[in-house]
Design a protein around this ligand. Sequence first.
Ligand SMILES: [Zn+2]
Length: 93
Amino acid sequence: MGKGGPRPELRTILREKQDGRCCYCRIKMRICFPNSRRPDAETLEHLDRRADGGRNAPDNIALACRDCNTGRGSIDWLSYTTLKRGEHYEAGR
Ligand SMILES: [Zn+2]
């Protein structure tokens, strides 16, 4: 995570919008310290990766569990969502 760190208000808004669930796999996330190692810890996720020109703007940020956030790799967010929800035929790589 770069500068301009997590904004608490944004987190609160997103948490309400997403009903406290991961934007990918829909599990209920736990609110933990940012360095928590729990797989279900709540993290801020950039939908369009910063490496791919994603902006650090609210409409590019969602809450994802740590497990999804770290496991996404270079897959685009939409493919990853269908993958995590079991709607995908196979793990395209
Ligand atoms: Zn998840």
